[in-house]
Design a protein around this ligand. Structure first.
Ligand SMILES: [Mg+2]
Length: 444
């Protein structure tokens, strides 16, 4: 095995005009242009590392600049050096003594760290000749623990507790590896329920979902209760009484408003209520969870870091843990979050969609299942069927299940033709839209 050195990089502001067809629209994010701050780490070897973080359009250039600003911490590093102390490398980005003033470990800086860290893990997996999930599935427990920064969560899970957790699962690890290679992991679809879709589109998407083997469906709510009740009725009619329905308000409400809003939807048999309120409101989530049971409260896609996950999990306000592959500083922090979810007995059902998120969580959900939380019961991973055609190694969902990725790496590499076409603002797909979009939509 060769250990290349990172010698150069490429950063791309990549944006897709998804707002034109209301893909991804919800009560708060009404016109997202799914975007990626994309980074390629070039090396003196045969492999490069491809990583990204996800945004929804304006501001993507700010994340790109944050990645660029951190490159002096990355270029010149050898993979061997990074692997010797993965935690120290991660902390050199997330806890740099000056950069940390901009976070620490939150917002734009955490997104930028995620893009870089995801690229480094991609490089490591490519060099090892394994898909990332398999690299982490095979890694000795001590090495996995050594990649995690436990700062701020040791009162809940420390190094020893995490090691014990991993060792307890080791005896049955091979069975779970064989199972995911055979069966994949259960997925759910959000593609039926975007808030900007007509009733006819909702029906058509439900039928497609059933045809494609999905048993779990999620709809966006929060603009009009009359519309939400009508759409819930339509989806229930289409999916029948036995399939599972979840709802997602994308932080639209205040606490009492959320409790009141869900009442007329409860008769449609809702499994979880996702992001009812501000993603920072720990106590509010816990209060809602107490008020609306047996409906569960789900959150996590905009939870900033492992320390905040600890609060949400310990408070009872996060009953479904929706970790995000690009929000919290990448793979390392997500390993910490998996350990926390296990500690508090909360199922991990990752957030995905966007651009590249499904490709990443196809790996992470397997790592969680194989190493941390060894059950598939009550677990589903989000899937949205948009933009996969732009990836070299797109995720594959068949019969309502994510199949285990097969190619070496972390599956985040975008096709060169897509980069050339959708590079913002000078790719041809954006140049041709420059006259037809508002100045707000195209910052030229
Ligand atoms: Mg959501």
């Amino acid at each position: 095995m060769q250990f290349p050195t990172i010698t150069d990089f490429e950063i791309v502001d990549l944006r897709f005009p998804t707002s034109e067809e209301a893909h991804g629209s919800d009560a708060v994010h009404v016109d997202p242009d799914y975007s990626a701050a994309y980074v390629v780490l070039k090396t003196n070897g045969t492999h490069a590392g491809h990583g990204l973080t996800f945004t929804i359009g304006r501001g993507n250039e700010i994340v790109c600049q944050a990645i660029r600003s951190m490159m002096p911490f990355v270029v010149g590093k050898s993979l061997a050096e990074i692997q010797r102390d993965r935690r120290a490398f991660w902390r050199s980005l997330a806890q740099d003594s000056q950069f940390r003033w901009l976070g620490p470990e939150k917002g734009v800086m955490a997104l930028a760290v995620a893009a870089i860290v995801n690229a480094v893990w991609d490089l490591e997996a490519r060099v090892a000749g394994k898909p990332l999930w398999r690299l982490l599935a095979d890694m000795p427990a001590e090495e996995l623990v050594a990649a995690i920064d436990f700062h701020g969560i040791r009162d809940a899970v420390d190094e020893d507790a995490c090691l014990a957790m991993l060792r307890a699962n080791d005896a049955t690890r091979a069975e779970r590896i064989a199972r995911v290679e055979r069966e994949g992991f259960p997925a759910y679809t959000t593609s039926c329920g975007w808030i900007g879709y007509s009733d006819d589109t909702v029906r058509a998407r439900c039928r497609e979902g059933i045809r494609d083997g999905f048993t779990h469906f999620k709809m966006k709510i929060g603009q009009s209760i009359e519309d939400d009740v009508r759409r819930a009725r339509i989806i229930r009619e289409e999916i029948g009484p036995d399939r599972v329905l979840m709802v997602d308000a994308n932080q639209r409400f205040d606490v009492q408003q959320a409790i009141d809003w869900i009442k007329p939807l409860a008769p449609f048999n809702i499994w979880w209520f996702e992001e009812p309120i501000s993603p920072d409101d720990v106590l509010g989530h816990a209060e809602i969870a107490r008020a609306i049971q047996p409906i569960r409260v789900a959150t996590g896609e905009q939870c900033q870091n492992r320390v905040m996950f600890k609060q949400f999990l310990a408070s009872g306000g996060m009953q479904i843990c929706q970790l995000d592959s690009c929000r919290v500083g990448g793979v390392n922090d997500n390993l910490a979050i998996m350990a926390l979810a296990r500690r508090f007995g909360v199922p991990v059902c990752p957030h995905a969609g966007g651009v590249g998120l499904c490709e990443f969580v196809a790996h992470l959900i397997l790592v969680d299942y194989i190493r941390f939380n060894p059950t598939m019961d009550g677990r589903v991973c989000e899937f949205v069927d948009h933009l996969h055609e732009h990836f070299v190694d797109p995720c594959i969902v068949k019969g309502g299940r994510y199949l285990a990725p097969q190619l070496p790496g972390y599956s985040g590499e975008v096709k060169r033709a897509s980069i050339d076409a959708f590079r913002f603002p000078d790719g041809p797909e954006w140049i041709k839209r420059a006259g037809t979009r508002t100045a707000k939509g195209v910052a030229r």
